[in-house]
Design a protein around this ligand. Structure first.
Ligand SMILES: C[S@@+](CC[C@H](N)C(=O)[O-])C[C@H]1O[C@@H](n2cnc3c(N)ncnc32)[C@H](O)[C@@H]1O
Length: 516
């Protein structure tokens, strides 16, 4: 025991973590989100804890597992001058209490050998239920407050009728995932000026589902430090978790003037670090409060250029919505082989390269048309020139945003239907002018848009909200871009980027001229 204590509790917890990976019940592991933090990541999380007065602290670890984060936090805080530490570790899975207790004991012994007093308590049970009840004032005990919090919260969707969802709704948190519930509740447990450090998926950073969470969270805390792992597979490599992960520190009481952003490929790669003005991370007038991560100078330039484009989609009188056909709802009306009178159905498999190939003769099992009926009529649009963008792209695809023009030269008939895995740009549910549609597709397929989207979107999904969120060139510039693209038929990404960048420079100048 003593020998282990010399090596530090972090290393001790790491051995327990590795041993536990083999013994965890896979079903329970998935339900409780038991993916424990490897020691290098735990150290990085802990290193972001910078309490204002480190001498005497209360530390919380909700969902503590075998104590990997607490152990790293103890080593870090002791190195920063903490002399007295009270730890509260929540863990719902009783089978983890023995290893957790052992790690906490190691913390006590290791700290004592440095003259530091550590006390701990394990809270058995559901962190969410108890904390939201305390927050709602339903318990006699007041909500506990902490000076520092470390967390790697469990990731799991929270469905409509579960007690967790109801408990959260009672405190005004319409939250759909356990991990954002943990983050929101811990934000309420920070004493004034206190700090939390977390490792989480990046998915809360954008998208409309997470907007209520971002409003709740960012009202209480400001992010001061943020680390992005560029590799999806590296951080929890031994647990097969394929999420883009963030490590960040957030402090109670508002945003700092600058956010320190670092990024690395994986856990052991060198990190690049920079400070960016907070305004670049969360735009002041963004009602969705997207969290952007400009990880290099180039990202900042791209974000600045995007913001200076003159138009929102609304200014262009163009809307984007998801395709109306949810196939399982209209299964009886779908047809693989189209017949006269049917409406062509456009799905992602018809988008090949930057073009629509309909019908798709290669795939004999997927539908190509919708039978026109009373049930399907409301799902159809008049045939015309639309712009479609795939909602999901494969991980290995070079670009996140994949757009194509869908027009009557590729798809015959008077009516058309779009499947729900496509975003569709339209004007009042009708097609767009031809040159505008081609300009829009060129713009959306440019590296400029792709690099910008990657700053706020860590997953392979591009939703209509993301596309509404972009700025666009003026109608005139889009028409010009469309005309140039139709005339020159750009070959390859570089060609396209040259044309788009040329028009964008003009479009930005146009805005400045209008403003002057
Ligand atoms: C992602 S693991 C992280 C464990 C540890 N913090 C680490 O970083 O290695 C989440 C932990 O939360 C626990 N957990 C899940 N739901 C919980 C709840 N409602 N209340 C308390 N603990 C919970 C799981 O059993 C699991 O040990």
């Amino acid at each position: 025991m003593e020998a282990l204590a010399k090596n530090g509790p972090c290393e001790y917890a790491e051995r327990l973590r590795q041993a536990s990976a083999k013994s965890l019940n896979p079903r329970r592991r998935a339900v409780l989100g038991q993916y424990f933090t490897p020691a290098p990541a735990a150290r990085l999380v802990a290193s972001m804890l910078a309490p204002e007065n480190p001498g005497r602290l209360r530390l919380l670890d909700p969902g503590a597992g075998v104590g990997s984060l607490t152990a790293a936090a103890v080593e870090h805080l002791v190195s920063r001058g903490t002399v007295e530490l009270d730890i509260v570790a929540w863990e719902i899975d009783e089978s983890l209490h023995d290893p957790l207790r052992a790690t906490l004991e190691q913390c006590v012994i290791w700290a004592a050998s440095r003259g530091v007093s550590v006390r701990w308590v394990i809270r058995d049970g559901d962190y969410i239920g108890t904390t939201s009840a305390a927050l709602a004032g339903e318990l006699e005990a007041k909500l506990e407050q902490f000076d520092a919090i470390v967390l790697n919260p469990p990731y799991r969707k929270v469905n409509g009728n579960t007690p967790e969802r109801q408990a959260l709704e009672r405190v005004g948190l319409p939250i759909t995932n356990l991990y954002t519930a943990f983050l929101a509740l811990t934000a309420c447990q920070l004493s004034p000026g206190a700090v939390l450090a977390a490792i989480t998926p990046r998915s809360f950073a954008n998208g409309s589902y997470s907007a209520p969470f971002r409003r709740f969270f960012f009202e209480r805390v400001g992010i001061e430090n943020l680390h992005l792992f560029e590799s999806r597979a590296q951080v929890f490599a031994d647990a097969d978790v394929l999420q883009e992960n963030l490590i960040f520190a957030a402090r109670e009481g508002g945003w700092p003037a600058e956010v320190c952003i670092s990024s690395s490929y994986g856990l052991t790669d060198e990190a690049s670090v920079r400070k960016v003005p907070t305004q670049e991370v969360v735009h002041q007038n963004d009602p969705q409060l997207f969290l952007r991560i400009p990880s290099g100078e180039r990202d900042t330039e791209i974000a600045t250029a995007m913001v200076s484009l003159p138009s929102s989609l609304m200014d262009l009188n163009i809307a984007v919505s998801t395709g109306k056909v949810v196939e399982f709802r209209v299964r009886d009306n779908l047809k693989v082989i189209p017949e006269p009178g049917d409406a062509p159905l456009i799905r992602p498999n018809h988008l090949i390269g930057n073009q629509i190939h309909w019908p798709n003769a290669q795939i004999q099992t997927k539908p190509n048309a919708v039978r026109v009926s009373a049930k399907s009529e409301k799902l159809l649009l008049p045939n015309g020139t639309y712009v479609v963008v795939k909602r999901l792209t494969a991980k290995e695809e070079a670009r996140r945003v994949r757009a194509a023009v869908c027009d009557p030269s590729a798809v015959p008939g008077t009516q058309i239907a779009f499947e729900n895995h496509l975003n569709v740009f339209h004007r009042e549910n009708r097609g767009l002018p031809n040159d505008i549609a081609h300009g829009l597709v060129s713009y959306l397929n440019s590296s400029f848009v792709d690099l910008y989207v990657r700053q706020f979107n860590g997953h392979t999904q591009v939703n209509a909200t993301d596309l509404r969120h972009l700025r666009y060139p003026s109608l005139r510039a889009l028409a010009e871009l469309g005309a140039v693209a139709l005339r020159t038929q750009p070959q390859g990404q570089e060609d396209l980027d040259n044309i788009v960048n040329h028009i964008l420079r003009g479009s930005t100048q146009e805005r400045h001229l209008e403003a002057a």
